[in-house]
Structures are given as C-alpha cells and as structure tokens.
Design a protein around this ligand. Structure first.
Ligand SMILES: [Fe+2]
Length: 370
C-alpha cells in the first residue's frame, strides 16, 4: 500500500495514543528526565520587522500584559511582556521579537496560501524551565535529539538552548536554566524606548495568566506531535474532545492541573480537498501548522468582553458557555501582526473539567471565518 493510501485511510482514535503515551513516560523515567523539565517560562513570538511595533501595541491594548523590557541585541529587536498578579500562578512571559538580520530557521515549512506576505510571522518557541540544563542536553543528545546550537547560550542570568522546529508542529521548544532571578532576558543588550503606554482601561486588569496555547497539526501527525512533545518535556497526554461534525480533535497535554496546558488540534481524518475536511484541516491549508491561539484566564468575562469590543478588538464569535456549564470562552479575530487569535476564558468555581464539548464545537466552527 502506498503512503498516500495509508494516510487517506487514517482515522484518529485515542487507542494508539493511550497505548504509546505511557511508554514515553516510562522511557523518560528510565533516562532520568522526570523532574528535569518544569513549567512554561515564556513564549517567543516573531513578527515581520514592520509589524513588530504594532504587535507590541496590540498586546498592551488587548491583554493584561505590561511591557517590562525592550532591547536590541545581535540580530533581534525584542520586547518582554509580563502578566500582573504573578505569584499563585506564575504566568509565562511573552517575548515579542523580529529579526534584523540573519537566517530564520523557522522557514522550513514554506509559505501557506495566506502567509506568503508574512513568512516570518509565528509563535516560534515555548520555553520551559529546567534545574539542570547540561544534564537535560546530555540525556536528550544520547537519545538522538539535535538542538539549534551546538552548546547552550550562557549569560549571567540564564543558560538556554532550543530544539529545531518540529516537523509536526513547526514549533521549537526552548529549555532555560535561571542562574538568578527568573524572567530576566535582556542581560547586557542595549535598551530601547518603544514610546508605548498601556491604555488606562480597567477591564484589562481582568485579563490574567496564559492558561493554554493551541497548535494546529495535521490529522496524520496528531499522535506524533503529542508524543514528541512528551519526549521533550514532563507533560502527559490528558484527554481529547472529538467533534465529528467538524472533523476536529482537541487534545490536551498537562504537566499539573495548575500549570499551563498544551493543546493540539487536528483533523480526525486528513484533509481530502472537500468541505468535509472541516475548519481545523482547512486552517492548516491556509496558514500552515502553527500555534492558532493563546488563551488568557479572564475575570469578569462579560464586562471584559464588552470593554475589549469597545476598545476596538474584533471577535470570531461571541461569548460561549455559561456558569451552569462551568466556563465561558471567546475567540478574537487573528492579529494581522502575529496571526494569533486571543482566547479569553473564564472557569467558574467548582468546574473540574478543562473544556466542554459544546464550547469546543462552537469555537472550532468559528475558526472557519478566518
Ligand atoms: Fe483554547
């Protein structure tokens, strides 16, 4: 049977994944990787140089994030955003940057139908913490993993290395060991003033930490993407929501119930050219495999949603869900500067599920409008 036939006949189920995921965890334990990778520290978003400033302005206008640092270093302009109310949940930072020269290692996928004018724009890297980077690198090298640099980059504040972009997701994973206070990235770079101020809108204070991110992957790569992510981190596959009518699976990997969750969305069946391929596989045709959205935990979500709309943010869908169902969510339209959708999510007290099938269905359907 040809590879094409095998792929076109593929129908995902959790059976293979549930069989293989525990083996990955066992192998991690045997290799000494358990406990060696902690929580998400930062995500790195890259934009085209002429959209970088606009992207920074959007993050200030439409999230709770504050600008904490901006600097120029070898080949990059960078700004760092932090979430207020860190402590109980230490939220990941957002590092927004553009390349000023040098090669972009994330171009391996090539442009998709709607990204040809923004080839450098994507969420590139998820950065996780380790207490011992040299141990992590040595173990992963012995398992055959290659990194982007031959040695970790070492500064006074941290040591850092990152993987090559995944063939399944296009994302890279960064691993960072802090030498001092976590969250200091500038370390010797030249500071710059962007001339930006955070708008004085009180509803922005309701938008808190990064709850999860969702990456769109092809149906045929769904298991491989999740297993690969598990091999590189200490995450476990948790559960999946199947929406048969939209040919879409939303799969969730967790580190702990309190940590940032990594979500993978794929087709149940691969793209076959027809309408029945559904919005998830269609998104990949149009935009490539990439992170589709960043979800921010949001208090007073009705008031915040109204405020964001008044403040100029457009949405793919209204608020979906209810206190009785346990959560409310919505999706913004994608940013022209980052191509990312913002999700705003509020879970009501006592809700012990992570998602509900009805919300997943409505939100997935809304992505057909992108
Ligand atoms: Fe989401």
């Amino acid at each position: 049977m040809s590879e094409k036939t095998i792929v076109s006949e593929l129908i995902n189920s959790d059976e293979r994944l549930r069989e293989q995921a525990p083996r990955i965890v066992e192998a991690r334990e045997e290799a000494g990787l358990e406990g060696l990778v902690g929580g998400l520290q930062a995500v790195i978003i890259n934009t085209e140089p002429d959209r970088w400033h606009a992207a920074a302005e959007e993050l200030l206008r439409f999230t709770g994030l504050s600008l904490s640092d901006a600097f120029v270093s070898k080949g990059f302009r960078t700004c760092v955003f932090k979430t207020p109310g860190q402590g109980q949940f230490r939220s990941a930072d957002i590092i927004l940057r553009c390349r000023t020269y040098g090669e972009n290692p994330f171009l391996i996928q090539g442009p998709a139908a709607r990204t040809a004018d923004r080839p450098n724009t994507r969420l590139e890297t998820f950065v996780f913490e380790t207490p011992d980077l040299s141990e992590y690198v040595s173990i992963q090298r012995s398992r055959g993993l290659s990194f982007m640099t031959s040695e970790p980059v070492r500064t006074e504040a941290y040591s850092f290395i990152q993987t090559l972009p995944s063939a399944y997701t296009g994302n890279s994973l960064g691993i960072i060991q802090w030498h001092d206070e976590p969250g200091c990235y500038g370390d010797g770079a030249e500071p710059i003033d962007l001339g930006l101020r955070k708008p004085n809108s009180s509803y922005l204070e309701n938008i808190r930490w990064l709850d999860h991110a969702a990456t769109r992957v092809k149906a045929q790569d769904r298991d491989l993407a999740i297993l690969e992510f598990m091999q590189l981190t200490n995450y476990r596959f948790d559960f999946a929501v199947y929406v048969e009518s939209l040919n879409s699976i939303t799969s969730v990997a967790r580190l702990s119930p309190r940590d940032f969750a990594m979500v993978f969305t794929s087709g149940i069946r691969p793209y076959d050219g027809g309408q029945q391929s559904g919005p998830t596989e269609m998104f990949i045709r149009n935009y490539g495999t990439r992170v589709h959205h960043l979800a921010f935990q949001t208090e007073a979500i009705e008031e915040t949603f109204a405020g964001l709309k008044e403040g100029g943010l457009k949405f793919l869908i209204g608020l979906v869900g209810s206190p009785q169902e346990g959560l409310k969510q919505t999706f913004s339209q994608p940013s022209p500067s980052t191509l990312l959708v913002n999700e705003y999510i509020h879970r009501y007290g006592g809700f012990d599920g992570f998602f509900t099938k009805s919300n997943v269905t409505l939100l997935t359907a809304s992505t057909a409008r992108q």
